[in-house]
Design a protein around this ligand. Structure first.
Ligand code: FAD
Ligand code: SF4
Length: 333
């Protein structure tokens, strides 16, 4: 049985000082923060994660959702996914975020899961979760079982020869389209990281999933002021209607001026090794009429660099249709 120490630090500084003793960054570190535990405890039961010390951060003062002076929103790191999805301002001004969160997991899991924990949830690749199988993400240099094995649910964008694991988060896809900023307090001070820069592509170091350093504590996420009059849609396609991860998903935030698209942000889920913002699709649509032909051109652009594996070529067309349909819903909504 894996033995670990469990503590409740009294303040953020104490938590950071303790976590900074780790040799590595958050994923795989020997001292870990505990949010809702719905990722970390699961992986500890499987012996995939084996921290020596857990720091329960649930008593730290990060459980509030507040307006920012510029009209945006500040979301504390330990705000539960349920509370975020059902918050009045989120439903009114950032509805794509509410839709994305409510499409994920189950009511019980969303009641436990935290904002920071969701940002750092780990891949559902079955080989990553099975210590009997080689996995570069779990054990650098061991090899990737998915590339030659079962890879139907794996990524088609941002993959490398070392890892093709999909980022499973729905929340992060909406946050990518909303251009969220993640605020971190660490041993060297505080910093703000745009969500596009937060997750890393696997490259030849798939064990390193984010830019976090040892001791870094996510304190909050901020959203910029909402786009007045914007249409926001999150669409998730999956093998069953609930309690299932995305095969493909799309988040769209869009403003129309007459029949033309005056502003658009697009992110895809279920297909990328990180939450996948698509500047290529946005460029195709910007200033153009909102019609099916342009939506299809945008989808082609978004998936142009897709690299399928033996079992997941279907995801290319699925993701294209998902994006076209999401844009259609945003236009008609
Ligand atoms: C059965 C099941 C189905 C699911 N389905 C979906 C789904 O459809 N869509 C979806 O998006 N998700 C899904 N999830 C994943 C779920 O959303 C995540 O497990 C959850 O968001 C993680 O949040 P948590 O607070 O429980 O994280 P934890 O398990 O507490 O932590 C996760 C990681 O974050 C670190 N961490 C936590 N807080 C901080 C902080 N403040 N600063 C730095 N590091 C921190 C931890 O050390 C750990 O590494 C599912 C999960 C399960 C178990
Ligand atoms: S895809 Fe990534 S997580 Fe899955 S087995 Fe390969 S290296 Fe491991």
């Amino acid at each position: 049985m894996h033995i670990f120490e469990f503590t409740r630090p009294a303040n953020p500084a104490a938590a950071i000082n303790a976590a900074a003793q780790s040799r590595t960054a958050q994923q795989g570190a020997d001292v870990r923060f505990l949010g809702g535990g719905t990722t970390l405890i699961d992986l500890m039961k499987l012996n995939v994660e084996t921290p020596t010390r857990l720091l329960d951060i649930n008593r730290l003062p990060f459980d509030k959702i507040e307006d920012t002076p510029d009209g945006g929103l500040k979301i504390g790191a330990t705000v539960r996914n349920s509370d975020l999805a059902n918050h009045t301002r989120v439903q009114r001004d950032y509805s794509v975020l509410s839709q994305a969160i409510l499409s994920g997991a189950s009511g019980q899991i969303r009641n436990m899961a935290t904002t920071a924990g969701n940002l750092l949830q780990r891949t559902r690749c079955v080989y990553f979760r099975d210590t009997a199988m080689p996995c570069n993400k779990r054990e650098p240099g061991a090899g990737c079982s998915a590339i030659t094995g079962s890879n139907r649910t794996m990524a088609i964008l941002g993959t490398s020869d070392h890892c093709i694991a999909t980022n499973p988060s729905d929340m992060c896809v909406a946050m990518a389209a909303l251009e969220a900023v993640i605020h971190v307090q660490g041993a060297k001070g505080t910093r703000a990281i745009s969500i596009g820069d937060f997750h890393l592509l696997p490259g030849d170091t798939p064990d390193r999933e984010t830019v976090l350093e040892p001791g870094d504590l996510i304190t909050q996420v901020t959203l910029p002021p909402p786009r007045s009059g914007s249409k926001q849609v999150y669409l998730k396609l999956r093998d069953r209607a609930s309690y299932e991860f995305a095969l493909a998903s799309a988040a769209v935030v869009m403003n129309l001026d007459g029949g033309n698209i005056s502003y658009v942000r697009i992110a895809l889920g279920g297909v990328g090794t990180k939450p996948w913002r698509s500047p290529e699709a946005e460029a195709v649509l910007s200033g153009k009429p909102a019609n099916s032909a342009n939506f299809r051109l945008a989808a082609e652009a978004a998936l142009r660099d897709a690299k399928p594996q033996s079992e997941n070529k279907f995801k290319i067309e699925l993701a294209k249709r998902c994006l076209v349909q999401t844009l259609q819903l945003a236009t008609n909504g």
